[in-house]
Write a protein that binds this ligand. Structure first.
Ligand SMILES: Nc1ncnc2c1ncn2[C@@H]1O[C@H](COP(=O)(O)OP(=O)(O)OP(=O)(O)O)[C@@H](O)[C@H]1O
Ligand SMILES: [Mg+2]
Length: 467
């Protein structure tokens, strides 16, 4: 059972019901022994009556007189008592009429016991010695058994009621007990790298929950401090690296301008300049990502029609794709106004397209679809490359994550999609990657909230440019 609430309710219901069942069982045993003691007392009283009836000279009486004297008493009480008198080792001296000649069984060594007489049923038996006679008196336990059965039935009904009501009480109490834990969970879930300053509200009362909240808040304090340190460190390192890199680049460019290098040396310097440019770009990207994570990037948002925006970038997209020998198809549906800063969204779209180009086969088709519907603008790129697994799609937006990189291939740094995610989140949207259902390739799509829906100024399904 996964939910703690369900487990608490179940434990509560079971422990309350089991406790009650144990109490009922103890009650049953006490009641039974109490009733049996009453029956024993009745047997004893009957014996005293028989003894009085026989008189003090009973030892000298003939069996006939004994029989005659007892019959009067035994017959009178035959509804309640069954009586045997024997004179060991001789035969039975007397049977009460209600025994129909059947003896009450003897349990050697015991004077009080339960015995079963065929045709009569269970008897509570008391054996009394009156030398030379053994007087055995039995009282039916039928009524006692009936009372005990009724007791058991009532107990079972009460246990069922107890199980149901304690289950209900358990559900309500566990909900109340776990309410602060749920609130803690909700707040802790909200605390991310971009709002590390938020803390869980400390509840009143110095109980275990209070201690837990205090410990969690202390942990968040430590996390916030170390996050800040790490960010500060990477920003400082990035800044410190930029100056020597610029100097190295300047020296390399001067060597080229002077023109005194041999062909081979010139090529080597050009490779160095390429690599320096890559490192520079990587530093800029890392700086951007770490600032975006603390909302340190201010956007200049302007409401724009997605259609207008895509029309403005589309010629460059086509030029890039055709240059790489692939095909591009752009489709736009619906219209609205979306708050965006154009330069950043251009970067997202170019990053997605560059990724798609890297994996597309020659002449492969890349489809870019833009849809404005249900209060959001959704843009997706689909390619005919090898695609990614679900698990890879989960991780693809993390820093420096790269998959299936083959030696000698156009090397990326693994930051492109991380930057895309930062840009899209700064715009209040979300981005995700998923395998193209049933087909080879990957679909990466982002969506942004639409500020105002505009009644279709773009025809549905209208291609922006030729396919
Ligand atoms: N369309 C795609 N199809 C298959 N794999 C992809 C696709 N897009 C991205 N990937 C995988 O995700 C990884 C990360 O992509 P990302 O754009 O973040 O980095 P990159 O392209 O390797 O480098 P950068 O964009 O920084 O130059 C890529 O290395 C690639 O393995
Ligand atoms: Mg990329």
């Amino acid at each position: 059972m996964k939910s703690l609430r369900a487990r608490i309710s179940l434990w509560f219901a079971l422990s309350a019901t089991i406790t009650l069942a144990v109490l009922f069982a103890v009650g049953y045993l006490l009641l039974e022994s109490h009733m049996q003691r009453d029956l024993d007392l009745l047997n004893k009283t009957e014996f005293e009556q028989i003894r009085a009836r026989l008189g003090t000279d009973y030892g000298a009486l003939t069996p006939q007189i004994v029989d005659q004297r007892i019959h009067e008493t035994a017959d009178y009480a035959s509804v309640l008592f069954y009586v045997n008198i024997d004179e060991p080792p001789h035969d039975m001296l007397f049977y009460s009429n209600n025994l129909d000649g059947k003896p009450i069984p003897d349990v050697p060594g015991k004077h009080i016991y339960n015995a079963f007489v065929p045709g009569v049923g269970e008897l509570r038996v008391g054996e009394f010695i009156m030398p030379p006679f053994d007087v055995t008196i039995g009282t039916p336990t039928r009524q006692m058994r009936q009372d005990l059965t009724a007791y058991v039935e009532v107990c079972i009904a009460l246990l069922v009621i107890m199980l149901l009501t304690s289950g209900l009480i358990g559900i309500v109490t566990s909900r109340l007990i776990l309410r602060p834990v749920r609130l803690i969970g909700e707040t802790a879930n909200r605390i991310r790298s971009d709002n590390l300053a938020e803390r869980i509200a400390v509840p009143g009362g110095k109980d275990e929950i209070f201690d837990l909240v205090r410990l969690l808040n202390q942990m968040f304090d430590r996390l916030e401090a170390s996050f800040k340190q790490a960010r500060q460190f990477s920003e400082e390192v990035s800044h410190e690296l930029k100056t020597p890199l610029s100097l190295v680049r300047l020296h390399a460019e001067r060597l080229l301008v002077e023109g005194k290098l041999e062909r081979r040396q010139e090529d080597a310097v050009l490779v160095q300049l390429d690599e320096l440019a890559r490192i520079n770009q990587m530093i800029d990207e890392l700086l951007f990502i770490s600032r975006a994570e603390v909302n340190g990037v201010t956007l200049n948002l302007i409401n724009q029609h997605p259609g207008h925006f895509l029309r403005s970038v589309e010629p460059d997209l086509h030029a890039l794709v055709e240059h790489r020998g692939r095909r591009l198809r752009c489709v736009q549906h619906g219209d609205g106004l979306v708050a965006m800063e154009e330069k950043w969204l251009r970067q997202v779209i170019f990053n997605l397209l560059t990724n798609a180009l890297r994996v597309s086969p020659p002449n492969g088709l890349i489809t870019m679809t833009s849809i404005v519907a249900d209060g959001s603008w959704c843009v997706s790129t689909e390619d005919e490359g090898p695609g990614l697994t679900d698990e890879q799609c989960e991780r693809v937006f993390d820093r420096f994550v790269r998959f299936n990189v083959r030696a000698g291939e156009d090397q990326g740094s693994g930051l492109g999609l991380t930057i895309c995610r930062s840009i899209i989140e700064l715009h209040g949207g979300s981005i995700r990657a998923q395998p193209r259902g049933g087909e080879l390739g990957l679909r990466v799509s982002f969506s942004l909230p639409v500020a105002t829906v505009v009644e279709s100024s773009y025809a549905m399904g209208q291609p922006l440019l030729g396919t």
